[in-house]
Write a protein that binds this ligand. Structure first.
Ligand code: CAA
Length: 698
């Protein structure tokens, strides 16, 4: 008998129990253990009914993702489920935690399902570039009908137990409690009532109701927008449709073929890389697992502008009280009004109730007085990018905040050590760099200063998790990781426009790659004054920053979306960027004044110059130890800048393109354009020389 799956009997219930921490993934050991335990249960004359239940924190959370890309060992999951479904004794699945992917598919192969109230079920395969490949696309619609099955399978979001009950996915929901006892009680009922074996594959009424329905085409049309660029959501629709057009066994074959197409797709590889990378970044290199974490109960935010307000919302959303401080009542009122508007926007989308809005607003205490920060455990400064201003604020925070309070800066480019030097507690100073809009974007770049203590590092990583962000620890250096790469891309995007491309063309090339928006639309969203201030700070620091038509836009009060005009124009209340002839003229005037002869620039050059320059910079960032691993950079770009997750992040993508191809192009651009950012990074050269790739560095 396998160690991870056991068979025991309690009176007349044969109990098949899976115990494979952390999440009971259906790896080879579990699959073969399930078959062996099932056979034992079937052979056990004393067992009238079988119960499938899991130990630990959850029911099976899916196939073992670590096995993807390797030859699949027998028994395969569809075979295991087939055997359970064909059991001559009724099988009950008892669900707690999350029954996901192959886990839910296994439960659907059982004859009855009982869940505890806190359980969640779902088919999230699409998020890994796959479709449910063990009968999920054939069985779920037999329970829920086409529309709900398509919704669950193409979105991949899990649903709660009550909803699952209403949809017929589970047969009963019981109060939370010991899952084994819950399962046993249900199994005994099945036995006592003499309920038969009931195979989902034999259910037909929902299929008949939706056969020939237009819902499949409607989903395909909607996915063209919602899932632009993605491969597997469309295959999910094809597979679900097969449940309605083919007999069960044929439908299973079709599902298998489509599943294998997805498995072979580079998008699957990218998304699986992103899945593991997102979990790996939580394990900060060099930070011991047992490092103590400080308790953070109350938070202060200095600066009630766009960033500060968004940051405060994160904590209010997580149920934590926040003091939001600014220098003037006006600024506070404006900030609070923006926060309220954001919440009301969520309420209109049905994500919040009016009572929840009030609850969250009540957690945010506006203040004009630094004394109100006396007892906060963490304070995050979010004022504009001016080192002297930030230093003055930190000196005040140092004076007022209690010992042990963490003093964080949301700076996106400035030197954390220089900021820390304004305090007597540099070990408590750290960067917490949120991304705009701060209440939405999942990334939090936590920046370690030279003297930041391990405890503070561990605490800000824990805070990230608590507020639902993906925290990545990075080193201190201009722009840290994300913005340093963004700035070389931005400079290149600007140069391309100066040389003859239009902002629309540059943006389109990047959205074609899968970015939700291009650099110019993104600049408008962040506010052109933000970039302008950064350029001014750099000029003050003696760096030569060339003049640009973007400075002229700022001088004319075109600050981006917030003034409904920036690089693009925006119609009342809309966030859709529209080309503006005035800006085109301004760009032409600028080119003329600078004596630039324009040329037609093709999309490939735009792609290479915007992306390869970032890859080259990333190689330097790695060499300098500003990022610990390539996967940290991938996660930063996926969650902070909308790099398409299905391409795995910039460095995973670079490995797919081929580092030799990229290096050759970098050399070519260096020769043609010159400049530091095109000088080939020694790490890139070394990797190519050694025939290795970024993936080898983790
Ligand atoms: N396979 C292998 N490892 C897995 C896994 C899986 N399906 N799911 C989670 N893990 C690992 C994680 O990598 C992590 O490992 P480390 O501790 O070494 O980092 C550990 O389990 C815990 O995971 P989380 O940190 O994510 O823990 P959580 O409690 O926050 O979330 C979870 C738990 C909700 C199950 C979440 O891990 C999750 O969503 N997992 C993926 C579920 C999924 O996509 N299942 C479908 C798989 S594809 C499939 O089933 C194909 C098919 O049809 C045949």
């Amino acid at each position: 008998m396998s160690e991870v799956v056991t068979y025991t009997r309690e009176d007349r219930v044969g109990v098949i129990c899976v115990n494979y921490p952390p999440v009971n993934a259906l790896g080879h050991g579990v699959r073969s253990g399930l078959v062996a335990a099932l056979e034992q249960g079937l052979a056990d004359a004393g067992a009238g009914v079988l119960l499938l239940v899991c130990e630990g924190r959850t029911f099976m959370a899916g196939a073992d993702i670590r096995e993807f890309g390797k030859p699949m060992l027998e028994p395969t999951l569809p075979e295991v489920i087939h055997r359970f479904e064909n059991s001559t004794k009724p099988v009950v699945a008892a669900i707690h935690g999350t029954a996901l992917g192959g886990g839910l598919e296994t439960a659907l192969g059982c004859h009855y399902r009982v869940a505890v109230a806190s359980a969640r079920v779902g088919l999230p395969e699409v998020k890994l570039g796959l479709l449910p490949g063990a009968g999920g696309t054939q069985r779920l619609p037999r329970l829920t009908g086409a529309a709900k099955a398509l919704e669950m399978i193409t979105r991949g979001d899990p649903i709660g137990a009550e909803e699952a009950l209403a949809l017929g996915i589970v047969d009963a929901v019981e109060p939370d409690g010991d899952i084994r006892q819950v399962g046993l009680a249900f199994a005994r009922r099945v036995l006592a009532e003499g309920r038969p074996v009931r195979r989902v594959r034999d259910l037909t009424d929902k299929l008949e109701a939706d056969r020939g329905s237009e819902v499949f085409q409607q989903f395909r049309d909607a996915l063209k927008i919602r899932a632009r660029g993605l491969f597997s959501p469309f295959k999910c629709v094809d597979a679900v449709e097969a449940a309605f057009t083919l007999p069960f066994d044929e439908g299973m074959k079709r599902e298998r073929a489509l599943f294998l197409d997805c498995m072979a797709s580079p998008q699957r590889a990218g998304l699986v890389h992103a899945f593991f990378a997102e979990r790996q970044v939580a394990k900060v290199k060099g930070l011991a697992k047992e490092t103590p974490v400080r308790e953070v109960r109350r938070v202060g935010v200095v600066g009630a502008g766009t960033m500060g307000g968004g940051i405060a919302m994160n904590f209010a959303n997580a149920g934590m009280p926040v003091v939001l401080l600014d220098a003037s009542q006006d600024a506070l009122d404006r900030g609070l009004a923006v926060i309220r508007r954001n919440y009301e926007h969520s309420a209109r989308k049905g994500k919040l109730s009016p009572a929840q809005i009030e609850e969250r607003m009540a957690r945010i205490q506006p203040s004009l007085d630094y004394d109100d920060l006396r007892d906060v455990d963490l304070v995050i400064e979010a004022v504009f990018e001016d080192l002297a201003v930030k230093q003055a604020i930190f000196a005040r925070l140092d004076a007022v905040c209690k010992p042990g309070a963490i003093l964080a800066s949301n700076t996106s480019t400035l030197d954390i050590d220089a900021i820390a030097s304004a305090t007597r507690r540099p070990e408590d100073v750290v960067g917490m760099h949120f991304f705009s809009p701060a209440n939405v974007m999942k990334l939090l770049e936590n920046v370690r200063g030279r003297r930041t203590s391990d405890e503070v590092k561990a605490t800000v990583m824990a805070v990230a998790r608590r507020i639902g962000k993906v925290g990545v620890m990075v080193g201190n250096g201009y722009g840290f990781v994300g913005n340093r790469m963004l700035h070389v891309r931005g400079a290149e995007a600007l140069a391309l426009v100066n040389e003859g491309a239009s902002p629309q063309q540059v943006d389109r090339v990047l959205t074609d790659l899968g970015f939700p928006m291009g650099p110019f639309a993104m600049a408008d969203l962040a506010g052109l004054d933000v970039g302008y201030r950064i350029r001014e700070e750099r000029r003050k620091a003696g760096v030569v920053v060339p003049d640009s038509w973007m400075d002229t836009l700022v001088a004319r009060g075109r600050l981006g979306q917030k003034t409904q005009a920036g690089v693009y124009r925006y119609e009342d209340g809309s966030r859709t960027p529209l080309p503006d002839p005035d800006v085109a003229t301004l760009i032409e005037d600028f080119r003329r004044a600078q004596g630039i002869a324009t040329r037609t620039i093709d999309d490939q050059e735009i792609l290479e110059r915007c992306l390869y320059v970032m890859i080259n910079e990333a190689a330097r960032i790695l060499e300098e130890g500003i990022a610990d691993r390539p996967l940290d950079i991938d996660v930063i770009w996926i969650h902070g800048y909308g790099f398409p997750a299905y391409r795995g992040g910039p460095l995973f993508w670079a490995d797919q393109v081929g580092l030799d191809t990229i290096l050759a192009a970098v050399r070519g651009y260096h020769e043609r354009l010159g400049g530091e950012s095109w000088r080939p990074a020694p790490l890139l050269e070394r990797l190519v020389r050694e025939g290795r790739c970024f993936g080898d560095l983790t």
